[in-house]
Design a protein around this ligand. Sequence first.
Ligand code: SF4
Length: 289
Amino acid sequence: MVADLIEEAVVQLLRDAVTALPPDVVDALRRAEARETSEVARSQLRIILDNIDAAGRLAVPICQDTGVHVFYVTGPVDASVEESIRSGVARATEEIPLRPNAVHPLTRENPGTNVAVGLPHIIYYPTDEDFLEITVLPKGAGSENMTALAMLAPADGIDGVKRFVLDTVVKAGGRPCPPTIVGVGIGGTSDLAVSMAKEALLRPLDLPNADPGLAALEEQLAEALNLTGIGPMGLGGDTTVLGVRISTAYCHTASLPVAVNLQCWAARRATARIYPDGRVRFGRSPFDP
Ligand code: SF4
């Protein structure tokens, strides 16, 4: 793959992601506004939708917190891919611009580029396809800071999982800028559960879970979470979440890991598929590049 092509695609991906929300998210916000019974909640959703419109018209970021950047890469991966993604992030930080959020965890030193040790975070799924697919998920701190992991006992079962998801969202209150999308990772090891919870956020809101049992659980959890009354921006109302996304993996017979990763209403994501002949197709998730 040509390094310049990948770098260019990464800049475009970040521009698309931070200046315009995916259509499924905008539709879900509009539907929420239409069915809200609380006047305050309706006005919050209207402000959010006006903000999204203005960002699109002016081609500026939807939120001042343009996040830190998680990339999912599938296809023929070599060392140059990482280099191109990192240079694309540095260029995007200057050109769009993005807020330079990446700092050293202890000294708080800021390189000013969003590129440093560990960031952007890149997760690879090598395949023998001839195209490279890159998805970016910018994560703002307000929602990322509410991430939670529980190592439940197997006997806690599905009721324990539901309780943990509900407790996490209630404890987060207005801090993750609701209405949120709730990513849930169930099973695996502790690190895999956390990773699955975040990656589950890539599935568009209009695409049901392929597993009917999990699809039903997502619906049930979303309904329960919307009864908490937290509401848009935590000011009360019927819309605390826009949806719940669950991913699962097998786990140790003595374990039941569960992780929750919240995504704020600024649920940004974008995908590019880069072909060897230089064509690039852009979409808003790995499900529609
Ligand atoms: S949580 Fe999301 S909407 Fe809230 S400030 Fe951060 S990026 Fe913006």
